[in-house]
Ligand binder design. Structure first.
Ligand code: DX5
Ligand code: ZN
Length: 216
């Protein structure tokens, strides 16, 4: 299991240092939640901030766009140093054009589904994707409760990926910690996003290790 701490739970007055701290704690990806106050009822940060913190680690920058029109901003996030850009299938941009735009910039493309969106919504695009993100909370805020009823969607997507012989990772995001990460692994999750459970832990390194061990 790869662990992607969500920086949404960090101390933003020292964003760069928080990224360094997660790097040292053994994070695999840095999960960066971009919200526009329109697609979701919350606002976080955009490409300029990501550009400034890019130099604090060499780890993968996994940018989760919770914005209505991702296509308009793909160049900005690529220029800022994103390694993976995931955007929502429920957004207003043309899905295939947005995927093609990300790939044309040499960045990996991922598609996200909200809790009420069926697994099959990503199937038409699966061949072009590097990652599918299954939300296990309603997007917008950290610290919500994990929705275990999303795990059958993970299984369904995993089966389709295997059936087509593709190399697509499945990520889950929202409410993940030591109490449910094993169930995520068993369902087929490859990358777990963890905000509260890592940042609020007394020792984030231990928290990450423990989560990884539970999946072995
Ligand atoms: C929610 C974000 C998540 C969230 C995860 O909209 O996409 O990445 O911050 O935080 P926790 O682990 O606290 O649910
Ligand atoms: Zn996220």
């Amino acid at each position: 299991m790869l662990i992607a701490p969500s920086l949404l739970s960090c101390d933003f007055s020292k964003f760069g240092k928080e990224i360094e701290r997660m790097d040292l704690a053994g994070a695999d990806y840095m999960h960066l939640d971009v919200m526009d106050g329109h697609f979701v009822p919350n606002i976080t940060f955009g490409a300029p901030v990501i550009k400034y913190v890019r130099s604090f680690t060499d780890k993968v920058f996994d940018v989760h766009l919770m914005i209505s029109e991702p296509l308009k901003y793909i160049d900005d996030f690529c220029d800022a140093g994103a390694d993976i850009i995931t955007f929502h299938v429920e957004c207003d941009s043309h899905i295939e054009q947005t995927i093609d735009k990300i790939i044309s910039r040499g960045v990996k493309a991922g598609l996200v589904i909200k809790p009420n969106t069926p697994a099959s919504a990503v199937f038409p695009y699966l061949d072009k994707l590097s990652m599918v993100l299954v939300m296990t909370v309603e997007p917008g805020f950290g610290g919500q409760s994990f929705m275990a009823d999303m795990l059958p969607k993970v299984k369904e997507i995993k089966e389709e990926i295997n059936r087509r012989g593709l190399n697509v990772l499945i990520q889950a995001d929202g409410g993940i910690g030591t109490g449910n990460i094993k169930a995520c692994a068993e369902a087929g999750v490859d990358v777990a996003v963890a905000g509260t459970s890592v940042f609020k832990a007394p020792d984030p390194k231990k928290a990450i290790e423990e989560m990884k061990n539970l999946c072995k």
